[in-house]
Design a protein around this ligand. Structure first.
Ligand code: SAM
Length: 296
């Protein structure tokens, strides 16, 4: 009897075949998806794939990889499959309880960090508040960049706060972050803070409900809707600015991520709540993305 030959796979072949297959199935960023899933299979990084391109892939590894690929074909974002997204050069654990951090949000961190670095106060200590912390990517990154800071990470979702807490532990800043479950729309929110902040940052939900159907299937099917959508899109900015105006130190900064079309509206909300030196920054694609101001 002739024995049926079973194909022997190595890393480079599997990568190419998977990339072609994903491309044919119209998976977003097919090469990147294939690389991240394969690296995840071996619990290595993407560079390792290139340094080990001839490594044979065993039958059991192949079977496990097929499961990952099937998940991806079903539309699940690669970051939820691998459980990780890099933000500001560091890996953050993510799952369906939190929004996947986006590269644009790194600009928000950069902007807050520039403000803090330029402060003329003698004390290196500072108090920061992140409203709508999700995975904790902003709060944890700022706590890491400013070792004398005390950060408060606020979210309505207890599940998101659990993820953020895990990320703070992973990056060694758990002891400097206060995790705070609260609703940013609560008019009495200000009463729950005992001392003022130097900087408040927020990437609130800012997509209007009417844009939901037009979002990618991957986003609609897997990311938490509450993290993205509000009825009008703009709803969170007035409560955030109002709260910030009461709990920031005079001269403190408020840095907000915004919808590309929201800059003028957010600018006027900030101005109405006594913020000055208001500036708008564009993201890597040239869209308005960050509005910041200083409390008069
Ligand atoms: C756009 S996500 C930002 C997550 C994370 N900061 C980031 O940049 O990747 C918005 C976050 O706000 C939280 N959120 C939504 N509505 C809220 C509310 N009313 N009060 C407090 N947090 C809220 C969501 O749970 C979500 O984690």
């Amino acid at each position: 009897m002739v024995k049926e030959s079973v194909r022997e796979w190595c890393v480079v072949d599997l990568l190419k075949t998977t990339t072609d297959f994903f491309a044919a199935k119209k998976v977003d960023e097919p090469r990147m998806s294939a690389e991240l899933l394969l690296a995840h299979l071996f619990a290595e990084d993407r560079l390792w794939l290139y340094l080990n391109h001839n490594r044979p892939v065993s039958g059991s590894e192949l079977a496990a990889f097929r499961v990952l690929c099937r998940d991806r074909l079903d539309g699940r974002p690669v970051q939820y499959i691998t459980g990780e997204q890099f933000f500001y050069g560091k890996p953050f654990a993510v799952d369906e309880r939190v929004l996947i951090p986006r590269p644009e949000t790194e600009l928000l961190v950069e902007h807050a960090a520039e403000f803090l670095a330029a402060r003329k106060t003698v004390s290196p200590e500072c108090r920061l508040l992140d409203i709508g912390t999700g995975s904790g990517c902003i709060a944890v990154t700022l706590a890491g960049l400013f070792p004398h800071s005390e950060v408060t990470a606020l979210d309505r979702s207890g599940e998101a706060l659990d993820v953020a807490r895990g990320n703070a532990r992973k990056h060694g800043v758990l002891d400097r972050i206060i995790f705070f479950q609260a609703d940013m729309y609560d008019p009495d929110l200000v009463l729950r803070f005992s001392s003022p902040f130097d900087v408040i940052v927020s990437n609130p939900p800012y997509i209007p409900e009417c844009e939901w159907d037009g979002l990618q299937k991957e986003v609609r099917g897997f990311e938490p809707k509450d993290a993205l959508i509000t009825p009008q899109g703009i709803d969170a900015y007035l409560p955030i600015c109002r709260t910030a105006a009461s709990i920031l130190k005079p001269g403190g900064a408020l840095c907000l991520e915004i919808h590309a079309e929201g800059a003028e509206m957010v600018r006027s909300i900030m101005a109405s709540e006594h913020f000055g030196s208001i500036s708008v920054q564009k993201d890597y694609s040239g869209f308005d993305r960050i509005v910041s101001g200083i409390l008069d």
